[in-house]
Write a protein that binds this ligand. Sequence first.
Ligand code: HPA
Ligand code: ZN
Length: 450
Amino acid sequence: MFSDPTKILFQFSLAHVDNRAVIDDPRFRFVDKNRVCHFFDEWSLEECRETDELPWLMLPNVYQRHRISSLTATFLCEKCAKHSDFLNGTETESTGVSFGDGGSVSSFHERMPKAELHLHIEGTLEPELMFDLASRNRVALPYKSPDEVRKAYEFSDLQSFLDIYYQGTRVLLRDRDFYDLTWAYLQKAHEQNVRHAEIFFDPQAHTERDVPIPAIIDGIHQALRDGEQRFGISSKLILSFLRHLSGEDAMRTLEAALPYRHAFAGVGLDSSECGHPPEKFTDVFARARDEGLFVVAHAGEEGPPDYVWQALDTLGASRIDHGVRSVEDPALVERLRSQRIPLTVCPLSNVKLRVFESIENHNLPQLLDAGLCVTINSDDPAYFGGYINENFQAVDEAFQLTLHQLRTLARNSFEACFMDESRRSRLLEELDTIFTAGGTLPIRCDPGPS
Ligand code: HPA
Ligand code: ZN
């Protein structure tokens, strides 16, 4: 009966529901003798009675073959339409997996501990903070209000976004500004159960406005230290080079930053991809590797698979940011798969920047099916409509991800990050407890309007 290890069947009593039952969670399906009878947004009790069996509630795609010890679900009685009944699951076998509290249970992806590995700190500048900093620093903005800023965030491609993104950075002038920006992100990350963050900053976007490198790095670094103390979020800072500028400019930037080497751990490559291949930056990445910095690079977002090869073989990248166009080259997919080279995928970004027409057209399922070490990230959340959980939510809704897939995405984030092994093991264990004894899986049991 429990032949499929990715499904849980749960038998429960319907004794005190006497009419149609409606449950408001698309993850649930009813099955009749192991056969799925409906997806249920709506389910008729009479139909199930006809089977002369207690129906099975199937919680699709739960990772482990646990039988559930208890379940409380809230049903809306359509007949009276006013009240909801609580149904208590019959205990079939003790497993320790407990479900839900019948009420304010958040989604699984919200509860999962996770790492954010592709986040540009300048891309977390919310319009309200942009206005605060503009007034603090007396910088004129071409917008009248935060709402007007948000309305301007319609992009046709990467470049159209970058033009606005660099304009936004003009309000960042002093270490305190970088501190406030980073602190605001960390609060959000904490709310979303981010346990570890690897964060890009673009020094050249600031030094070209004569902001001194120590002001940038000190402000961000201090906030990251405070975030670790206050929220327990570990982090790594990644100095990212702007690829539309020259390799020499990147080298000068690295040299100027090296006196603050203690504050950053890696280097990256971002900005306008097309026409700026990774090989332009061979020397500066070699220098960074000599300094013991880890190497990542944006590639295969708008640019061709060849840029991903170059990032790996010429720059020595151990992780690729975006990389979604890798699927166009089967040999590249095999390389990424066999060497477990992670891709930091940013679904909402990809839709906003028209890499994919819609979230439903995103190739995340293809990347997962290919066995790649894919992670979900937010890129520039203030510009793209959401932080890491909103990214998870978007793909979860679009693809009805299985809990196994969600778990894999969170596991991948801890596998793909740069952290010491003892912390990695602890975080993986914490993730595992959600699926095993004593953990809690979420069930949204919104009874609907009463
Ligand atoms: N791609 C390239 N450069 C960037 C991005 C991005 O998504 N966000 C900020 N700089
Ligand atoms: Zn990015």
